[in-house]
Design a protein around this ligand. Sequence first.
Ligand code: ISL
Length: 549
Amino acid sequence: VGNKTWWKEAVVYQVYWRSFYDTDGDGFGDLEGVIRKLDYIKELGVDIIWLNPVFESPDLDNGYDISDYEKIMPKAGSMETWERLLAEVHARGMKLIMDLVVNHTSDRHPWFLESKSSRDNPKRDWYIWRDGSPGKPPNNWRSYFSPSAWEWDESTGQYYFHSFAPEQPDLNWANEEVRQEIYRMMRFWLDKGIDGFRLDAIALLAKPREFADAERPEDIRYLTNQAGVHEYLQEMNEQVLRHYDIVTVGETAFVSPEEGLKYVGEDRGELNMLFHFEVCDEMPSWDMKRFKEIQRRWYKGLWGRGSNSQFLNNHDHTRQVTRFGNDGPYRVESAKLLATLLHTLPGIPYIYQGEEIGMTGVRFDSIEQYDDIAMRNRYAEEVAGGRDAAEVLRSLQPLSRDNSRTPMQWDDSPNAGFTAGTPWIRVNPNYKELNAERDRSRPDSIYRYYQKLIGLRKSHEVLAYGEFEELPEWMDSDRLYVYTRSSGETRWLIVLNHSDEKAALAWPSVFAGVSRALLLSNYPEGADEAGQADLLELNPHEARIYELG
Ligand code: ISL
């Protein structure tokens, strides 16, 4: 199981503050708004808050383009408010982790302005500059957000490298001064008493010495996991992280369990846990068999040696009940089933704001209504390439990052109670029926269900530390997922029916004669429970957690 530690027993709640709660009427959520809603978060039972980037930024990629690491962006608030937030989080017995972007900065960061000012500026080497000529970049790599990873700089006659938008130039981690400056800045925040970092795009830090052409430039895996990344992280750990009692989670794109273990192996001294994207990037819609296969492989690869995370959505990925569940007639049941899954599989569960009331994705009518830079750039590229604009819009809608960025739906008042001004992004029109106030008023609500799930995790170690085993009879089922978590004498059985149809299954033969107690279900307790029936009859999207005798 590895060592026991506080963060392995934790549940994390992600606050995308700009869409959380606006207190000054500018249409953006703010830190004061997070403070006012801390009791709402605390009541859920979570331990750690992950706050999306709040640093000074031109805000072209919603804070992921930092222009001053030691200031708070005015839209979010002031340093004073941020400090109050930290104190209020701690006063409630919770922890705060900051989302930090060290792979790149904004192109307005003073370091980049200097770097770009001349070829012999002392900071020239802080970013990645290469020769080329207009229209002939150093190689054929794509970036995440634009057709080329290279941007021509007219005044100094060279290209600079960017893994994301051209306004997000990559730092040169091979440069010792860059690394030292980043470590100093990390200590600046840690010394203020924060509890850790979510490290953005951390698998991208190392770059190859030579930028050779890729055979298939559209497969951007080459941006990640290059030789040298682990040396940087070990150094970061040695010089910074290990000197604090904190937790770190790395956003590691395109990792296999083998590669992932290098980032989070407990014997390696790098990071504590990771996000891999095998589900969110590579499984466009629900595919039970594939999902199970992914879980199996990661469990085998990491368990006992390093920690995984469980999530099905975040600020980059369409809301889980829309993408992976049923956001129509079974929205409530489906949201609860997905929650059961995430909180009972091995790994640390992450809740993305609004998930706990079953918020859904959106379809806006025109590209102008979308804010997502990834989507807008892709739209422009495809339309310029001759594709039909309406068709491009339709094809980009389902996975647009704006699906999860619409404002938190607090109540049925105008703008869902999110702001008294004009929201920076449209509110999902379904807020009148779907909002926190309404959800929480019902005893059988999604929010209340999350409370119970989290409560189970808190009161029983088995969910954090118990071994995971699938029951072979249902391994190949494309809708039933049946598994146990066990630790010492405790053995829990989880049964899920991810489908719009009813399903009946025989009580597992290995547990014949074993008594059971139903700990939690997302339906009123089934009739078969009273009599300990041999046949389990599951409703559509039903989830059950049993304790076995
Ligand atoms: O979400 C992903 C896959 O679809 C990731 O690959 C993600 O897009 C990428 O790893 C980086 O995301 C992060 O950094 C970006 C920022 O726009 C995202 O919001 C952030 O989560 C650039 O800093």
